[in-house]
Ligand binder design. Structure first.
Ligand SMILES: [Zn+2]
Ligand SMILES: [Zn+2]
Length: 337
């Protein structure tokens, strides 16, 4: 099969991959669509994220949907059904798993994070336990978007927004835009969307933000001059944490969702300390797929508008490059193998 391989930073190539021999309790999914995620882009730009470095060529892709190659009777699924896949396989035996936090499992096997190959290929073998049944009325693109939507649901769960509370969302990439929409559903008040790119700010307004600004400094002079009681950071900037602190009111809450370029934060200690902030880090998600499906099916979240570009597998290397270059107009790109 053809597959997209990341060899090292800025080195994405199409190569050949053999479908692994089918293991017990696994099934084969013919990939319909794969999302290009910010984390995939970090592997491309930085050659890894923290300890998860590219040590040998690997196939990225953890947001995907596809058609089953076999029946799965106990799930009521038949060959040809469209399904989504939860990329996260936690061990179910460690302390974090037992406490109900599979997203924090240190023994996790995550499809599409090195060394585990992902879905930017034609077919993939996955554990049946990770198959997410979806309504057959859903499109492959919607099936892809359930994973990033799950990340947004988890972040908003951690934030515990209050009714009609003002929220600042930093970063209007796919995750920030999904967070804005989930915040809307949760009943918050004004949402301030902050992003340096105009097309992303426009999309944020379309999807439910009330006002937008191109930087945190530019909201500090407006009606939010005292900062927001809740700030959710979903940028890829090393300054995302600092900007979140500056956008927060005294005593405010911050949720850090983004992965910074270069894997380093910069943070002015006094600004954070004196504000007495409450800060949480959001890590992937828990068991949130049922709510993600419901939000999409009931059209309470618009994932379709966010899919701005589709590329064939052969075009995938150029898709990575376009995203690394922050090309105007790109929000979410899908690879269609
Ligand atoms: Zn992702
Ligand atoms: Zn575990």
């Amino acid at each position: 099969m053809d597959a997209l391989f990341l060899h090292s930073a800025f080195d994405a190539r199409i190569g050949k991959l053999n479908l692994e021999t089918l293991k017990e309790k696994h099934c084969v999914v013919r990939v319909a669509a794969v999302g290009l995620c910010g984390s995939d882009l970090h592997y491309y730009k930085d050659g890894g994220i923290g300890g998860a470095q590219i040590r040998s060529p690997f196939v990225p892709g953890h947001e995907f949907s596809g058609w089953l190659e076999d029946d799965i009777p106990f799930l009521g699924l038949k060959r040809g059904n469209l399904v989504s896949v939860d990329p996260n396989k936690s061990c179910e035996e460690c302390n974090q798993c037992k406490k109900g936090y599979p997203n924090l499992c240190p023994n996790v096997e995550f499809i599409g994070a090195p060394p585990f190959n992902g879905a930017m290929t034609e077919r993939i073998s996955v554990p049946i336990s990770q198959i997410v049944p979806i309504p057959q009325s859903m499109t492959p693109a919607q099936g892809v978007m359930l994973e990033p939507l799950g990340v947004a649901i988890h972040a908003v769960d951690l934030a515990k927004p209050k009714l009609l509370e003002t929220v600042a969302v930093l970063g209007c990439g796919p995750i920030g835009l999904l967070i804005i929409q989930v915040l809307r559903v949760s009943g918050v008040g004004s949402i301030i969307a902050i992003d340096p790119l105009e097309h992303r700010r426009n999309m944020a307004i379309k999807l439910g933000a009330n006002i937008s600004a191109n930087s945190t400094e530019n909201i500090s002079n407006t009606l939010f001059k005292n900062g927001a009681p809740l700030v959710i950071e979903a940028t890829n900037s090393p300054f995302g944490f600092k900007d979140a602190v500056l956008a927060s009111e005294i005593g405010g809450r911050i949720i850090i969702v983004g992965i910074p370029d270069g894997d380093q934060y910069t943070l002015p200690a006094a600004e954070a300390r004196r504000r007495g902030l409450k800060i949480k880090f959001s890590r992937r998600m828990g068991n949130v797929y049922p709510r993600a499906v419901e939000l999409v099916v009931n059209k309470r979240v618009d994932v379709d508008s966010m899919v701005t570009n589709k590329f064939s597998l052969m075009e995938a290397p150029s898709a990575f490059k376009k995203h690394a270059d922050n090309e105007i107009g790109l929000i979410k790109s899908l690879i269609i193998p």
